[in-house]
Every structure is written in structure tokens, then in C-alpha cells.
Design a protein around this ligand. Structure first.
Ligand code: HEC
Ligand code: HEC
Ligand code: HEC
Length: 447
């Protein structure tokens, strides 16, 4: 297997040169602190840290379904094995209670734990490495102000040679560029703030950028679209596939509220991100939108003309979609759309509870059928993942694989007017295999 041979080569590189490589890979332990003698964190700093923790989605990864916030134990499947997030509450035995600020900041920026062991990049320290001293200290103050929770994460299940943490030194040598954020003096303060947050704590590229065979982001392809938990994280900026081009205002709205009338609701692994962003300083969200908008705009599709969600409907695509059933009895996908989907998606009900017109949806216009298939099969849970029922039911048990293929083909070619997708059948198989897991992750909500 190609992947395995690359991994072995990587292990060989880190083992080669023996002592030299070992010295490079070696990180010293940082002495434990006695939590009882540590001074109480400054409340104002801890409050600032709480907001930074939301920007960094710390709770989203460090909370198991139904578990205590930040106590770890969430299973994160990767192509290389399953990793479990750790307990980052200040419990002295099972959490980070004995960690000094220095140890915490080293973990955040260099991916090394207090005892000197390399951490897996499932913890996005390749982004957090850009966090400023001040913000890193505020985060530390916040975590130290939490109630300690006693909880140990299950052991990671990695295949050889990645189960050896020293291998990670080779990975870091190749892919981790430890550098703080340097503001661009040619740009204004808002742009710089936005870039700092998007590239650093927000780690947007962790999902929205493609990765190489060793799981590192391709630096040359930032924001060109990536994968997250079996979902497609669409391309952003100039490569965006959205039928309606994103601009600063629509981005700010979508990020702050979790939906936009012309773009629909943020689903899958994007749902907890917007859930977190809904509680941070709106100025930070609008700075991120400002920066993202500067990355360029896709051409979009000129013939989708939308003035507002409820305004004039001049799109020929929409006309086609609404007329689908009567005119296209011979198209099996069109008949399914009319019978099952149109009552919500062509009815013009306001979002987030109404369904967006599917000719506006990136799920239909995007690079892959992944998200469309997942949404059709699993539905859409209520925003915030509360106990209210789903806002769109899943049709995985109602529609056969062939019916889903026909429906996806119809939406793609007739409604979005784009070339046929490859891989619809395999997306269906994957969604069927993952259906139990996926709803669990997107529905759990932590603050
Ligand atoms: C995408 C998921 C993810 C996000 C987001 C995330 N972490 Fe983690 N973090 C992990 C995983 C997984 C590990 C365990 C890595 C390992 O075992 O090698 C980890 C490890 C850590 C550790 C080392 C703890 C130890 O006992 O070794 C610290 C400290 C930490 N994270 C802090 C944070 C903070 C602070 C944030 C938010 C700014 C954050 N993490 C966001 C996944 C995440
Ligand atoms: C954990 C993975 C993950 C992270 C982190 C993440 N996203 Fe996303 N994002 C996704 C996924 C998956 C989708 C598709 C959601 C859907 O189908 O509804 C998405 C959708 C989007 C969209 C809609 C694009 C479109 O054309 O419809 C925007 C905009 C966006 N994300 C911006 C961001 C920004 C900004 C950040 C950082 C603050 C971010 N994302 C962080 C996974 C992620
Ligand atoms: C009971 C109403 C209802 C029905 C029936 C329904 N949906 Fe939805 N759907 C929604 C709601 C509400 C959302 C969330 C808002 C949004 O994003 O459009 C949604 C979201 C979506 C999205 C994501 C749109 C985006 O980019 O945000 C797609 C794709 C989708 N539905 C496809 C379908 C298809 C295909 C069918 C028929 C098999 C269907 N829906 C049936 C209510 C419905």
C-alpha cells in the first residue's frame, strides 16, 4: 500500500542519522506546577480566553457526546487510525492541572505535551502556532479557571508506525512551520484581524483546504476545498462553487447566524463552528468575513438572479425546478424531487426552517455529491442541535439507492445546470456506512 510505504519512509527518515534525528525529535519535559499554590487566574483575562476558546472550537473537539465540556474523550477517526481528544480541564491527574503557562503555550504552538511527547496534528497546532502570546495566556487563564473534571481519554488506535509518537517529529520537520502572525502593513487593521483569526485560532483551512497523503494541508492550495468527517468543506474565496457569489455581508451573516437566505443552513461539521461563532464578539466575525471576502469571488452563475430571498424570482433555473413534475414525467429524478422535496424547497418559506431553493445551494453546485447525499439521507438537525426534531427529515430509509442516484442526477444537471457528477453511488455507500456516527457529531452542542 502506497500510504504505508510513505509512512515507513518517514519513520526511516526520523530514525536515520540516529542520534542527530533523535536530538531533533527530543523535547524536554516542563516541570509540573502545584495547582494549590498557583495564583487564581485573572477574571478579565479568563473571560477573554473564553471567547478565544469559542473561536478555536476547543470544546467542540474536547468534549465527548454527552460528556463534561473540555473533559475530552471524543473519538476522531482519521485515515491513519482513531485518536481521542484529551481532558483539558485543570484536573491535576487526568487534565492539565499541573501544566504551567509555558507548557500550555508550547502544546498550543508546537504540539508537544508537558512531558515532552509529540502530539498528533488532529489537534490543529499547525494553525494555533500563529496565536499571539497575549491570546495564548488568556486561553491558559480561561482553562485554569474551569472546574477540574476527572476523566481519562481512551487509548489512541493508530497503525504502525504512527503509533510511535517520535514519528511525528518527522511530520513536523516536513510540515509544521512555527511562526507567529505578522500583520501586513499594506492592509488595514480589520483585514489583519480577520486573517489572524481565520488562519490561527479559527483553523478554517483545517477543513477547507485539501491535504496530502501524509495528512498535511497543501500549502499551495489553501481554501480550495477539503474533507471533514465525511463531509465536503467547500472551496472558499475565488474557487467557491456557490451559485450565488459570497461577499463580505453574506459571509458575516452566515458565520454569525448559521445560515443565509441565499445560501442555506451551515450543516455537518460546520454546524458547531457557527454555533461557537454566534457567541463571540461580532467584530471578530465581521473581520473574518472581511478577510475571506478579500480572497476573491467566484464568477458564480450569472443567470441566477436573486435580489433577495423573497424578492423577484427571475432565475430560469428556478422556473425549471418548479415546473419539474408536470413537464418532465419521463425524468424519474424530477418526479422524486416534485413529490418529496419541492414542498419545502420551492415553497419560499423563510430560512432557517424553510428549505433554500436548491439551485442556490452549494450542495448541488459543488465539486462532489458528498454533502447532497448525506443531507438527503440523514436530513438536517435543528440549528444548535437542540432536542427539537430535525428541520429536514432524512430519506435514507425511504428512498432506494437508485432513486437517490436519479434524484442527484436530476438536481445536478437540470436544477444546477452543471456536468454530471462521478461517484454518486460510492457517496451513497459511504453515507449509509456512516449514518449512525454523523448525526451524533453534528447534533452535540457544548458551550
Ligand atoms: C479539531 C479538534 C481539536 C480542536 C479544535 C482542539 N483540539 Fe486540543 N487536542 C485535540 C486532540 C485530538 C488532542 C490529542 C492529541 C494527541 O493525543 O496527540 C488535543 C490535545 C490538546 C492538548 C494537549 C493535552 C494533553 O494532555 O496532552 C491541549 C493543551 C489542547 N489540545 C488544547 C486545545 C485548545 C486550547 C484548543 C482551542 C484553542 C484546542 N485544543 C482545540 C483536538 C483538538
Ligand atoms: C470542522 C471542519 C470545518 C471547520 C473548522 C470550518 N468549516 Fe466551514 N464548512 C465545513 C463544512 C463541512 C461545510 C459544508 C456545510 C454544509 O454542507 O452545510 C462548510 C461550509 C462553509 C461555508 C459555506 C460555503 C458555501 O459555499 O456554501 C463557509 C462560508 C465556511 N464554511 C466558512 C468557514 C470559516 C470562515 C471557518 C473558520 C472560522 C470554517 N468554515 C471552519 C467544515 C468546516
Ligand atoms: C420538511 C421540509 C423539507 C423536505 C421535505 C426536504 N427538505 Fe431539504 N431542507 C429543509 C430545510 C429546513 C433545510 C435547511 C435549510 C437549508 O439549508 O435549505 C434543508 C436543507 C437541504 C439542503 C442543504 C441546502 C444548503 O445548501 O444549505 C439540501 C441539499 C436539501 N435540503 C435537499 C433536499 C432534497 C433533495 C429533498 C428531497 C429528497 C429535501 N431536501 C426535502 C427542509 C426540507
Amino acid at each position: 500500500m502506497k500510504l504505508k510505504s510513505i509512512l515507513l519512509a518517514l519513520l526511516a527518515i526520523s530514525a536515520m542519522g540516529g542520534a542527530a534525528a533523535f536530538l531533533y525529535a527530543w523535547e524536554s519535559p516542563i516541570p509540573p506546577i502545584d495547582p494549590r499554590s498557583a495564583s487564581a487566574p485573572d477574571p478579565a483575562m479568563a473571560r477573554r480566553g473564553a471567547s478565544l476558546a469559542l473561536l478555536g472550537d476547543c470544546a467542540t473537539c474536547h468534549t465527548a457526546p454527552g460528556g463534561q465540556p473540555y473533559a475530552g474523550g471524543l473519538a476522531m477517526p482519521t485515515p491513519f487510525g482513531t485518536i481521542y481528544s484529551t481532558n483539558i480541564t485543570p484536573d491535576p491527574e487526568t487534565g492539565i492541572g499541573q501544566w504551567s503557562a509555558q507548557a500550555f503555550i508550547r502544546a498550543l504552538r508546537s504540539g508537544v505535551d508537558r512531558e515532552g511527547r509529540h502530539l498528533y496534528p488532529a489537534f490543529p497546532y499547525d494553525h494555533f502556532t500563529r496565536v499571539s502570546d497575549e491570546d495564548a495566556k488568556a486561553l491558559y487563564a480561561f482553562f485554569m479557571s474551569l472546574e477540574p473534571v476527572k476523566a481519562s481519554a481512551p487509548r489512541n488506535e493508530f497503525m504502525f508506525p504512527l503509533n510511535i509518537r517520535l514519528t511525528l517529529a518527522g511530520w513536523k520537520l516536513l510540515f509544521l512551520r512555527q511562526e507567529r502572525f505578522v500583520p501586513d502593513p499594506a492592509k488595514d487593521e480589520k483585514w489583519n484581524r480577520g486573517k489572524y483569526l481565520v488562519d490561527g485560532l479559527g483553523h478554517c483551512g483545517a477543513c477547507h483546504s485539501p491535504r496530502n497523503l501524509l495528512g498535511a494541508e497543501k500549502a499551495s492550495a489553501s481554501f480550495q476545498g477539503g474533507e471533514a468527517e465525511g463531509w465536503r468543506a467547500y472551496a472558499l474565496g475565488g474557487n467557491s462553487q456557490s451559485p450565488v457569489p459570497w461577499d463580505e455581508g453574506t459571509l458575516a451573516d452566515y458565520l454569525a447566524h448559521g445560515f443565509h437566505p441565499l445560501h442555506g443552513v451551515a450543516g455537518g461539521p460546520m454546524a458547531p463552528v457557527v454555533d461557537n461563532l454566534s457567541s463571540v464578539d461580532p467584530a471578530d466575525v465581521s473581520a473574518m468575513a472581511h478577510y475571506l471576502a478579500s480572497l476573491g469571488q467566484s464568477a458564480g452563475r450569472k443567470h441566477v438572479q436573486v435580489q433577495s430571498a423573497s424578492g423577484p424570482r427571475s432565475s430560469p433555473q428556478l422556473a425549471g425546478a418548479q415546473a419539474a413534475t408536470p413537464q418532465l414525467p419521463s425524468n424519474p429524478g424530477g418526479a422524486i424531487y416534485a413529490a418529496v422535496c419541492a414542498s419545502c424547497h420551492a415553497a419560499g418559506r423563510p430560512l432557517p426552517l424553510g428549505g433554500v431553493r436548491l439551485d442556490l445551494s452549494t450542495a448541488v453546485a459543488g465539486e462532489t455529491p458528498t454533502n447532497l447525499i448525506r443531507i438527503v439521507m440523514q436530513g438536517v438537525p435543528a440549528p444548535g442541535g437542540g432536542s427539537a426534531g430535525p428541520i429536514m427529515p432524512g430519506f435514507g430509509d425511504v428512498l432506494s439507492d437508485q432513486q437517490i442516484v436519479d434524484l442527484a442526477d436530476y438536481l445536478r444537471t437540470r436544477v444546477a445546470g452543471r456536468p454530471q457528477w462521478d461517484g454518486i453511488a460510492s457517496a451513497i455507500a459511504k453515507a449509509r456506512a456512516k449514518s449512525d456516527m454523523a448525526l451524533g457529531t453534528q447534533a452535540h452542542k457544548v458551550r
